[in-house]
Write a protein that binds this ligand. Structure first.
Ligand code: ZN
Length: 246
């Protein structure tokens, strides 16, 4: 099922507002946003988070007191993340998930074709997070606070092996971030077709007493798999750094 990203939703909403607008102008469209994301309980938090990322990307400026202005420039890549805006979620893994998911929506682009943005699948779509509306490439985003080791954890063992055997494995995007420094650090991509069935290892079956008894997860060995670096720590503008320093 197709869904728009928060980036495209918020940008659409902003385009319909005067150049100078307020948070209120957007949160009053809550129902319209929720219509696109009926399973999202934190519409206001997502709007605020998306605004922060659009500011990082230069598309808007904050004027203070909940006021914003459009800059009329296209959003640019930004490595910054905003953990504080995961407020409302219970566990640190949920917070990390929503923060990175939003970052990915804002910054990832298609590697296969020239499309500059990816669309997000509804939350319940198993296996892939994003797809390209132009060429239909599928992407799975994996994120880690720190560096990835030799394996990735993936959900269901059987469906993962089936996807590999059918040649349906999505491209994998590995996002390594540093929560303390509030930044994405390295972003690598691995071709889904290189993730073959023998790299997929079953984990121990959940105990009969577990909520999902009998369910088997898996890990994917990524040892020696070719990676394409699609993001590295971006350089800062030296003049700005020196001004700050002085
Ligand atoms: Zn594409």
């Amino acid at each position: 099922m197709r869904s728009m990203t928060w980036k495209s939703l918020v940008l659409d909403a902003i385009q319909g507002l005067p150049k100078h607008f307020s948070l209120e102008d957007l949160t009053s469209k809550r129902a319209w946003f929720a219509g696109h994301y009926p399973d999202n309980r934190f519409v206001d938090a997502k709007i605020r988070q998306t605004l922060q990322l659009l500011r990082d990307q230069g598309a808007i400026v904050f004027a203070g007191n909940g006021r914003y202005a459009r800059t009329e420039t296209q959003p640019e890549f930004s490595p910054l993340i905003h953990p504080g805006l995961g407020t409302g979620y219970n566990s640190s893994s949920q917070i990390a998930r929503v923060v990175i998911e939003t970052w990915a929506e804002m910054n990832l682009y298609c590697l296969t074709c020239d499309a500059d943005s990816l669309s997000r699948h509804r939350a319940n779509k198993i296996g892939s997070d994003f797809f390209c509306a132009a060429c239909r490439s599928e992407y799975q985003v994996k994120a880690k606070n720190g560096r990835f080791g030799n394996t990735l954890t993936r959900a269901n063992y059987r469906s993962t092996v089936e996807a590999a055997n059918r040649g349906n494995m999505p491209e994998h995007i590995l996002v390594e971030y540093d929560l303390r420094r509030r930044s994405v650090v390295f972003v690598d991509a691995i071709h889904g077709r290189n993730i073959t069935a023998e790299r997929i290892l079953a984990r121990t079956e959940l105990a009969p007493t577990a909520r999902r008894a009998g369910w088997i997860g898996c890990t994917i060995s990524i040892v020696d798999l070719a990676r394409t670096q699609i993001g590295v720590p971006t350089g800062l503008d030296r003049a700005a750094v020196r001004r700050e320093w002085r």
